[in-house]
Write a protein that binds this ligand. Structure first.
Ligand SMILES: *Cc1c(COP(=O)(O)O)cnc(C)c1O
Length: 400
């Protein structure tokens, strides 16, 4: 269960059934949260927003005063973010960048790349020499660094320290750095190291990762007698879907990063969270279409489903929600279907048993026509969903 703020609650109750489902974004809550996050970070830490978590233009714009830039991971995100928040710094990351995407990024003035492989490094060097020969292009080499398994117990999506398609293998680090010294990579400047190794981490785990990435990058620099002035330690700050009121401990994280910065005064540290910035501001509001029994359990079928809010299916959890009973007179000649048990499973309109938003939620007296608002729907929700499956209408979008 969760408690929506009154702006969200009022909107969910005032929209007509036909205007639901709808994504309701509480932009003032987003601003307050982002400002508080920024406040905890020392000045040496730059905050980039990973646009893939939620690239709605209104969200990108609301974050703008509090972030130093945006991380984009495709040509599509690049074009979209460059338009939505024109003039803000962008870093181009992500695996499998095509030559066209890299050229487009250079054309748009992007001068910071997170390079994923030795092949991509050569490609970027050749394209930079052609498209932007007069300017310096900053490179952070992304590495798939080993993770301290103990420090990371419980992280949900580890993408480092085991075989993955992300970043360079640490065994290739010396050759990649040597390539810069050889003069083959004119136009490119190796400024540092990038590592996004896991998601769902708490603050002590994130600090352990940050310290180990910084130590690794400084050792690399020492071996080659060079300076590496930037370290990007990625995103992955945890969001607890089982406890929607919980928050990543930004104060503790900021304090730990300040200590790390104090030990490395020449370093710019960068973080690029997505989920932990925008998850809390988004709500998926819908209407109960039917309440029914099946083999001893009760189900409520709501308008919409996991084709709009794939998060619970993708992560295998129950999306936190709140039931808002509607007391307006029932406008139909047929009776409302209603729950007889205390617990109801919320399913969507898709013809698949996977279309479940939340299981066995306490909802005594739930009736057709009641509203349900799902929280933590501001990140990896609408934009990771398979919208066209079954051809139901798209939700509304409201920026409150
Ligand atoms: C997805 C991603 C992020 C953001 O991760 P969150 O878990 O949303 O914080 C940051 N950096 C890279 C490279 C990513 O792929």
């Amino acid at each position: 269960m969760t408690t929506p703020p009154s702006v969200v609650r009022d909107r969910a109750l005032s929209l007509a059934g036909g205007e639901l489902p709808a994504y309701l974004y509480d932009l003032s809550a987003l601003s307050t949260h982002a400002a508080a996050v920024r406040e905890t970070l020392p000045p040496q830490v730059e905050l980039y927003y990973a646009a893939k978590a939620n690239p709605e233009p209104e969200i990108l714009a609301a974050l703008s005063p509090y972030v130093d830039g945006y991380e984009v991971s495709s040509g599509g995100e690049l074009a979209h973010v460059a338009k939505a928040v024109a003039g803000r710094p962008l870093a181009f990351g992500g695996p499998g960048k095509t030559p066209d995407e890299i050229a487009a990024a250079l054309d748009l003035g992007v001068r910071r790349f997170h390079v994923e492989s030795a092949y991509e490094l050569r490609m970027l060097a050749a394209l930079a020499a052609r498209v932007a020969p007069e300017t310096r292009v900053d490179v952070l080499l992304r590495f798939n660094l080993p993770l301290d398994a103990e420090a990371l117990a419980g992280s949900s999506l580890a993408m480092g320290g085991r075989p993955t398609p992300f970043g360079l293998d640490p065994a290739e680090a010396d050759d990649a750095v040597a390539a810069f010294a050889s003069g083959d990579l004119e136009c490119l400047e190796l400024v540092g190291v990038h590592a996004h190794l896991a998601s769902g981490l708490d603050a002590p785990q994130q600090l352990a990762v940050a310290a180990s990435v910084v130590a690794w990058s400084q050792a690399l620099a020492r071996r080659h007698g060079i300076r590496l002035t930037e370290v990007n330690v990625g995103g992955g700050m945890g969001v607890d879907y089982a406890d929607p009121e919980a928050r990543f401990d930004w104060a503790r994280y900021g304090q730990g990063l300040a200590e790390l910065c104090a030990a490395h005064p020449e370093l710019t540290l960068r973080i690029e969270p997505g989920r932990a910035l925008t998850a809390y501001c988004g709500w998926y509001a819908t209407e109960v279409l039917d309440v029914k029994r099946s083999h001893g359990e009760e189900f409520a079928v709501v308008r919409g489903g996991t084709h709009h809010l794939r998060t619970p299916a993708a992560k295998g959890h129950d999306q936190p929600c709140a039931v808002l009973p509607t007391r307006a007179p029932w406008p139909h000649p047929w009776p409302r279907s209603e729950a007889r048990q205390d617990r109801v499973t919320f399913a969507g309109q898709l013809c698949t048993p996977k279309d479940v938003l939340a299981r066995r939620v306490a909802a005594p007296g739930l009736r057709a026509g009641d509203r349900v608002v799902f929280g933590l729907a501001g990140a990896y929700a609408w934009n990771i969903s398979h919208h066209d499956f079954l051809m139901h209408p798209r939700p509304g979008f409201h920026f409150l």
